[in-house]
Write a protein that binds this ligand. Structure first.
Ligand SMILES: Nc1ncnc2c1ncn2[C@@H]1O[C@H](COP(=O)(O)OP(=O)(O)OP(=O)(O)O)[C@@H](O)[C@H]1O
Ligand SMILES: [Mg+2]
Length: 632
C-alpha cells in the first residue's frame, strides 16, 4: 500500500484521530440589523450533515448559502446574529480554529508565490514535524494533480497589476490548501465557480471521494451553483434554499419526487438542478413571461414548495433524524489539531514572507526607488548644509521633512501588500494552520532585512550629500548609524501601525484614512510645526505630544545633529549646538539621544503587542459576544 494512502499516516497530517463529525442545526434563524430594522437572512432552518456524506446547499444567488456555511462554521460577522441550536456530535461547541477546513467564496492567496510554492508552504505549516519534508511535498504534488493544476504549478498566483492563475485555477488552489490534510469536516463555498463543466465535475468528484478516504468518514458541506446532472448525482443530501427559507432538505435523489408531487415535475432529459433553481428563482420574474404553466409565478411556486415541505413527511424525518443524532452522544470533538511545531511555523512563515517581499516589486523595491529619489532631491536642495545661521532652520526642516515623508510613503507603498498578508493570515488562522504569534514572528523577522535596505541606502545618500553632522569623521560612524537607526525605526513603526489598523479594518480605503490620520496628528504635534513649549497643553501636549512617535524621532535627531557642533551666527558670534537645542528647538536635554531611540523601539513593541492583543481578543471575545447576542 502506498504510504500516501496508508490510514496510519492520518495521525500526523491534520486533525487528530477520532470519530467522524456530525453537525445538526435546529430552527436556525440568522438576522442582520442596520441599527433600525432587523432583516432575516435565514428563517428557521433545520438540517444535519453526517460523516461519509456530501451535503450540497443550493439556491439562487443571495438566498443565504454562504450565510448558512458561515453560521455552521462559527464565522458570522459581528453584526449578524443567530438563534437556534447548532450542535456538533450532539454538543454545543465552538467550531472555528482548526476543527474544520473552510474554503471561502473569495480566494485569499499571496500573489507572488507559484501554485506549487503556495501548497508546499501550506504543507510545511499544516503537517506535523514528524512527517518527512519529501512526503509533505509529495502530498502537495498529488493534491495539485488531483485538482488538475499540474500544468500551472509554476505559474504565480498573480493579483492586481500582474496576471497569473486564472480565476478557476485560484479556486482550485484554495481547495487544495484545505483538502491537503483531509480534515474531518469540510465546508466549501462555491468550489466550482469559474470552472467549466468538465473541470467542475472532476473537482466535485475529488471532493466527493474525500467523504470515504483512507478508511475515514468525513463530513462535507458545499454550496454550489448550477451543478450538472453528473455532479448532482454525487450529492447525498440536498438543502435547497430560497430567500433564506428551506424549499427542500433531504436525500438528493428524493428531491425530484418532492417537486413532482407539488406540480413541478422535472421534464425528461432536463438537468434536475437547473429545473429546481429555475422554479425557485424570483429575481428575474418579469422576464419569465411563460411562468410555470397555469400562470403560477415564481413567488407562488416558492410559497407552495416551502409550505409543502414544512408539512411533509420528509421534514418530519429530518426532525426525527436531528433528534436521534443529538441524543446519541458520540463524544465532543477533540479541539486540538496536529500541525507543525511553533518554531517550524515561524521559520516557514519567515521564509514565505521574505520570498513574497523579494518578488513583490511594488512593495519594498518600489519604496527603495522612491526613497532614493527623495534622498537625492533632499541632497541637492540642502547640499553641504554648512554651519551658518541659516543652516539651523534648514537642518530642522530637512530632518522633519524626511521623517514625515518616510512615514507617509511607507503607508502608501506598504498598506496594500500588508492587507493581502493579513487576509491570507486570517484565512489560515481561522482554518487552524497556525496562530497569531507565529504570524507576528514571521512578519517581523522577514521584513527586517528589507526595512534595513530601504532605510540605509537613502539614509547614507542624504546624510553625505547634505553634509549632516560633520563630526562624523571624528566620532566614527556613530552619528550616521543613529541617523539610519531612526529611519529604520520609523519604517518599522509605520508597519506596526498598519498591522494594528489592518486587523481592525481590513478595508483599504478606511484603513488608509485611519492610519494616515493617526500619522498626520503625530507629525503635527511632534514639536516642529509648533514648538514643544507652545503646543496647547490640553489634549495636544498632554497626552498627544508624548504619545507621538515622531516627537521622539525628532528629538533624537536634533540631539544627534546639533550636539557637539558650533554655528556661526554673525561676526565673531558663535552659538553651541546644545544652546540651539535648548533655546531654538525646546529639546528635553535631561536624557541622551539613545533613550529617545530606545523609546521608539519600545513603542514598536507596544504596537505589535497591540496587534497581538486585538487579534487574540477577537477570538476570545467571540463566544462572549455570541452568548450576549443569543440572549438579546
Ligand atoms: N452583513 C450583511 N448585511 C446585510 N445583508 C447581508 C449581510 N450578509 C448577507 N446579507 C444578505 O443576506 C442574503 C444572503 O447572502 P449570502 O451571501 O448568504 O447569499 P448567497 O446565497 O451565498 O449568494 P451567492 O450565491 O451570490 O454567493 C443576501 O441578500 C445578502 O444581501
Ligand atoms: Mg455566497
Amino acid at each position: 500500500m502506498s504510504k500516501l494512502l496508508d490510514p496510519s499516516t492520518e495521525s500526523h497530517i491534520g486533525i487528530t484521530e477520532g470519530e467522524g463529525i456530525t453537525m445538526t442545526w435546529e430552527n436556525l434563524w440568522v438576522t442582520v440589523s442596520d441599527g433600525k430594522k432587523t432583516k432575516p437572512i435565514l428563517e428557521g432552518l433545520t438540517g444535519y450533515a453526517q460523516p461519509g456524506r456530501l451535503l450540497a446547499i443550493m439556491g439562487p444567488s443571495g438566498c443565504g448559502k454562504s450565510t448558512l456555511l458561515d453560521a455552521l462554521s462559527g464565522r458570522l460577522s459581528p453584526n449578524i446574529k443567530h438563534k437556534g441550536k447548532i450542535l456538533i456530535n450532539g454538543h454545543k461547541q465552538e467550531l472555528a480554529y482548526g476543527i474544520s477546513g473552510y474554503v471561502t467564496q473569495d480566494d485569499a492567496l499571496l500573489s507572488t508565490l507559484t501554485a506549487q510554492e503556495t501548497l508546499y508552504y501550506s504543507a510545511q505549516l499544516q503537517f506535523s514535524d514528524s512527517m518527512p519534508i519529501s512526503e509533505k511535498k509529495e502530498r502537495a504534488d498529488v493534491t495539485l494533480r488531483e485538482m488538475g493544476l499540474q500544468n500551472a504549478i509554476n505559474t504565480r498566483v498573480g493579483g492586481w497589476g500582474s496576471k497569473g492563475l486564472s480565476g478557476g485555477q485560484k479556486r482550485r488552489l484554495s481547495i487544495c490548501i484545505e483538502i491537503l490534510t483531509h480534515p474531518r469536516l469540510l465546508f466549501l463555498d462555491e468550489p466550482t465557480s469559474g470552472l467549466d463543466s468538465a473541470a467542475s465535475y472532476y473537482v466535485m468528484r475529488r471532493i466527493a471521494n474525500l467523504v470515504q478516504k483512507d478508511g475515514i468518514q468525513r463530513t462535507i458541506v458545499a454550496s454550489i451553483h448550477q451543478p450538472s446532472s453528473e455532479i448532482f448525482e454525487l450529492f447525498h443530501h440536498l438543502c435547497l434554499l430560497s430567500s433564506g427559507k428551506t424549499v427542500y432538505f433531504g436525500p438528493a435523489f428524493d428531491a425530484n419526487q418532492f417537486f413532482a408531487s407539488n406540480g413541478f415535475p422535472c421534464p425528461t432529459l432536463h438537468n434536475p438542478s437547473d429545473h429546481y433553481l429555475r422554479i425557485i428563482n424570483k429575481d428575474f420574474e418579469q422576464d419569465a413571461e411563460e411562468g410555470f404553466g397555469s400562470g403560477i409565478t415564481a413567488e407562488e411556486a416558492i410559497n407552495i414548495l416551502v409550505k409543502s415541505y414544512s408539512l411533509s413527511q420528509i421534514k418530519n424525518k429530518v426532525n426525527t433524524e436531528v433528534a436521534n443524532i443529538n441524543q446519541s452522544d458520540s463524544g465532543a470533538v477533540e479541539k486540538k489539531r496536529v500541525h507543525a511545531a511553533f518554531l517550524t511555523q515561524c521559520l516557514v512563515l519567515i521564509r514565505r514572507s521574505a520570498l513574497n517581499y523579494f518578488r513583490d516589486l511594488s512593495n519594498y523595491w518600489l519604496r527603495l526607488a522612491v526613497f532614493i529619489a527623495i534622498a537625492l532631491s533632499l541632497g541637492s536642495i540642502y547640499y553641504d548644509i554648512g554651519f551658518g545661521a541659516g543652516s539651523i532652520q534648514a537642518r530642522g526642516s530637512l530632518l522633519t521633512f524626511f521623517i514625515s515623508l518616510l512615514s507617509f510613503m511607507t503607508l502608501v507603498g506598504g498598506f496594500a501588500p500588508m492587507l493581502e498578508e493579513i487576509k491570507v493570515f486570517e484565512r489560515e488562522r481561522l482554518n487552524g494552520h497556525y496562530g497569531v504569534t507565529a504570524f507576528l514572528t514571521g512578519n517581523t523577522f522577514s521584513a527586517v532585512p528589507y526595512m534595513l535596505i530601504v532605510t540605509m541606502v537613502p539614509g547614507v545618500i542624504s546624510y553625505y550629500l547634505c553634509g549632516l553632522h560633520k563630526g562624523l569623521f571624528h566620532n566614527g560612524a556613530e552619528h550616521l548609524i543613529y541617523f539610519v537607526s531612526v529611519l529604520f525605526a520609523i519604517v518599522m513603526w509605520v508597519e506596526s501601525l498598519m498591522l494594528v489598523v489592518g486587523s481592525v479594518s481590513p478595508n483599504y480605503v478606511i484603513g488608509m484614512f485611519i492610519a494616515g490620520g493617526v500619522q498626520g496628528i503625530m507629525i503635527l504635534v511632534c514639536g516642529f510645526y509648533r514648538l514643544p513649549n507652545d503646543i496647547p497643553k490640553p489634549l495636544w501636549k498632554y497626552p498627544l505630544y508624548y504619545l507621538s512617535f515622531q516627537k521622539y524621532a525628532l528629538q533624537g535627531y536634533f540631539k544627534n545633529e546639533f550636539e557637539g557642533l558650533t554655528f556661526v551666527i554673525g561676526h565673531n558670534m558663535n552659538i553651541s549646538g546644545r544652546e540651539i537645542l535648548r533655546e531654538t528647538w525646546h529639546v528635553e536635554m535631561g536624557h541622551s539621544k539613545w533613550l529617545d531611540l530606545g523609546i521608539l523601539f519600545v513603542m514598536i513593541v507596544v504596537y505589535r503587542m497591540l496587534f497581538l492583543a486585538i487579534t487574540k481578543s477577537k477570538e476570545k471575545l467571540k463566544p462572549v459576544f455570541a452568548a450576549i447576542t443569543a440572549r438579546c
